[in-house]
Design a protein around this ligand. Structure first.
Ligand code: NAD
Length: 736
């Protein structure tokens, strides 16, 4: 065995997971095979009472290696076999192993004579690894507040399909298990114990000893799980009983309300829960395994896994990083302590980086410092940050109006007003003090980087690092290369993003870069529809039905109509006579200019808000300004307009080489503006829909609504040649 060590302590075997070549354990085919052999060895050894399964690393393990799924599929195709059978074979092997641990050699009829297995996790245990813990008879966790425990599968297009769904529902009931299963909620050991996910928290240095002690002192009944004992009833009632039915119905309605039914994994999971509750454990597991295989076979899940797991990880690990030595940031200077600057200062200080936060005067700098303190206080209140950690993080922040304090900084992030003149002044002032090889980044959201770099005496070291608001919540960071930006600047930006644990994409310079460029047409299309008399409720619902987490009129309120107005005015001024106005301009003008409705920020936009800022109904007078037509368009057409507004812009960005790598286009769209995650991103959406079908939809919409829906040449070419986006640009991932 290379991944596990097998030792004994008296009548207890200790099976310790320690993968040689990885910092974090993950379930691979070899790991599963070796664990299976170790479990067999325990069961065959009459001198043993049971075993402890643990890890020699700081954590138990990160889950199942999902890249395996694509390999299993590819292998089956290569061998001319049945892909479904191959996937089920893999799933069932894992199920059988976990069930073998759970039954532990007990007599199938009397349930007597079984051994016991205790799980002892030193830290994080996720997904398929946490499902291993669930199969054991008792779960110990080290007292490690950093540990994360739970089942995040649903967040990447899967559900806990190695017995986790069936076991958790039997442990906690449908309501108790709902958050963990449907939302992938992760908890620290303390919360896991309170939520009955684990049994005991013990000091880290006594972890294995305590688990061994328990096995030694265990009784016969400890070896039998409640659902294998006579008369077991599901906590809270089974879904087909009068008591359990309303709960299950509620869970289904809640899930559907949140997901609009577009996620194959949640539908399959709910089916596995319902059907599994009708039968005994062994059959329930079989049902779960079949539903899980059906999800693995669903192209939407494959697309989600590809973007949200495989490619997101590849990007975070530096898939686009130039080959230059480590460029980790030691000290960052943030200029402008406003909303964005304070947010950037916060995430950097939290990552242990020294921050010099500069604003025009001490008062403005202090305001930024207070914003950071406020964010930490929120964390303290929610028990996510300790008082000591707060003090430690704040000690990294030096808020000052003194540019000289920037001297030792190896990276600068400028976040002053969106005004090229002010930005140019700041660039010159900063460059007068920083070292020649320090990198200067601007957080501009609209101004092309090459233009701003003209104010720099070292345009090679000048780059865009575009954060999204609120900085501490949004995971995407766009890195924008100006014409002269060099590799070191790109590496520095990427290493910084990695340090603060966000996901970067690297794009070329153009107005609005990538994300904003795609989101603006989405918001505009909704407003154009309002101007045409389409029922605003229909528009919002259509967006939800295509899987957008936030509907467009709501999102316009969130980002503010004031910002929309500013962008419209700036674009008009820049384009002059070439500017072609749309109904969106009329809507923005009517709401913002005429009615002073700025969105959530002033409590009135497309929606009304109560005094606590809570969103109420759509503004009733909207219909006075933009009457709702008698004839409403086809719902599918509204959906297509909303999704294509985004997708076509993403394709244009690729065509124009703003977007270099389609993996980044897909991951960036989901993390940056919530593009229908079920699809895996805009390029994956085209591949799933079929490029030729997308072109046909474009043609129909172009005939009716004009050239903004014209299929870009790249899309037309891919469709005409019968290709797909992944087939052309990422062939090794095309069949994912
Ligand atoms: P803000 O108005 O909240 O903050 C700007 C800060 O810059 C203020 O504290 C101001 O005092 C300071 N400042 C102005 N001139 C200065 C100077 N000469 N020297 C030092 N400090 C100066 O603005 P914000 O929303 O934080 O935006 C800042 C930048 O980030 C802009 O370029 C904006 O386009 C960009 N951005 C904003 C968002 C967003 O959602 N707000 C998102 C991404 C990027």
């Amino acid at each position: 065995m290379t991944n596990w060590k097998y030792t004994t302590d008296g009548d207890v075997a200790i099976i310790t997971w320690d993968m040689e070549d990885r910092s974090m354990n993950v379930m691979t085919a070899d790991v599963i095979r070796e664990l299976d052999a170790a479990v067999d060895k325990v069961l065959a050894d009459d001198s043993l009472k049971g075993a402890v399964i643990t890890s020699a690393k700081n954590d138990m393990g990160g889950g199942v290696d999902l890249t395996m799924l694509a390999q299993i599929k590819a292998q089956a195709v290569k061998e001319g076999g049945n892909v479904g059978e191959a996937l089920f074979g893999f799933v069932w092997a894992l199920h059988s192993l976990y069930r073998k641990i759970e039954v532990a050699g007990a007599d199938p009829k009397t349930k007597k004579g079984g051994k016991v297995f205790a799980a002892a996790t030193p830290g994080t245990a996720l997904g398929g690894v946490f499902e291993l813990l669930l199969a054991c008879h008792r779960r110990f966790s080290a007292d490690n507040p950093k540990a994360k425990l739970g089942l995040p599968e649903t967040l990447v297009g899967l559900f806990p399909g190695a017995g986790g769904t069936t076991r958790l529902v039997r442990m906690l009931g449908i309501m108790g298990a709902a958050d963990y299963l449907l939302q992938g909620k992760l908890v620290n050991p303390k919360k896991a114990k309170a939520g009955l996910l684990i049994d005991e928290i013990v000091p880290a240095d006594e972890l294995v000893a305590k688990a061994v002690e328990w096995v030694k002192g265990s009784s016969e009944s400890d070896a039998v799980k409640p659902w294998d004992a006579k008369g077991f009833k599901l906590p809270g009632g089974a879904p087909y009983t009068p008591k359990g039915f309303p709960t299950f119905l509620g869970a289904v309605a809640m899930t559907h309300g949140k997901t609009a039914g577009v996620y194959p994994q949640t539908n399959a999971m709910l089916s596995a829960v319902y059907e599994g509750a009708l039968v005994d454990m062994d059959n329930a597991l079989k049902i779960e395994a079949r539903w899980f295989t059906s999800v693995l076979m669903d192209p939407r899940s494959a697309a989600m896994i590809r973007s949200l797991f495989v490619n997101k990880q590849a990007i975070e690990k530096g898939a686009r990083r130039p080959d230059v030595p480590d460029a980790k940031v030691k000290s960052v200077g943030v200029i402008g302590a406003g909303m964005m600057g304070a947010g950037i200062g916060f995430v950097a200080a939290r990552a242990g980086i020294d921050v010099v936060l500069v604003d025009r005067d001490q008062e403005a700098a202090d305001k930024g410092h207070a914003t950071i303190e406020g964010l930490l206080d929120q964390g303290v209140k929610r028990k996510k940050v300790t008082e000591e950690a707060k003090t430690e993080i704040l000690a990294h922040v030096n808020a000052t109006p003194d540019y000289d304090a920037l001297k030792g900084c190896d990276l600068i992030v400028e976040a002053v007003f969106e005004d090229p003149k002010i930005k140019a002044e700041v660039t010159a002032k900063v460059e007068a003090v920083i070292a020649d090889d320090a990198i200067f980044a601007t957080n501009t959201s609209t101004l092309p980087i090459t233009g701003l770099a003209k104010a720099s005496s070292r345009p090679n070291n000048f780059i865009g690092i575009h954060f999204f608001s609120p900085v501490h919540k949004m995971m995407l960071v766009e890195i924008i290369k100006g014409e002269k930006t060099n590799d070191l600047a790109v590496a520095k930006a990427l290493d910084f993003v990695r340090q603060i644990k966000k996901t970067p994409i690297v794009v070329n310079d153009a107005r609005f870069f990538y994300a904003n460029r795609c989101i603006i047409p989405y918001l505009n299309e909704a407003m154009i529809m309002v101007s045409e008399g389409v029922n605003p409720t229909l528009i919002e619902n259509a967006a939800k039905q295509i899987g957008m987490p936030v509907a467009p009129l709501q999102l316009t309120d969130e980002t503010s109509l004031e910002l929309g107005h500013r962008i419209m005015s700036a674009t008009k001024a820049q384009m002059g006579d070439a500017y072609v106005g749309t109904g969106a301009d009329d809507v923005i003008k009517a709401l913002y200019e005429d009615q002073g409705r700025a969105g959530r920020k002033n409590g009135k936009g497309f929606y009304d808000y109560d005094e606590n800022g809570k969103r109420q109904a759509l503004w009733p007078d909207l219909a006075t300004h933009f009457p709702v037509s008698e004839d409403q368009p086809d719902f599918e057409e509204v959906k297509n307009r909303l999704i294509l507004a985004q997708v076509l812009e993403a394709v244009r960005a690729k065509e124009e080489d703003v977007l270099v790598d389609i993996r980044e286009g897909d991951v960036g769209a989901i993390l940056g503006w919530g593009f229908a995650p079920w699809s895996g991103g805009p390029m994956s959406w085209i591949d799933l829909t079929g490029p030729a079908d997308v072109v046909a939809i474009c043609d129909a919409l172009t005939a009716k609504y004009g050239n903004r829906f014209a299929a870009p040449n790249l899309l037309k070419d891919i469709a005409a040649k019968g290709e797909t986006f992944y087939g052309r640009f990422q062939p090794q991932q095309a069949a994912a």
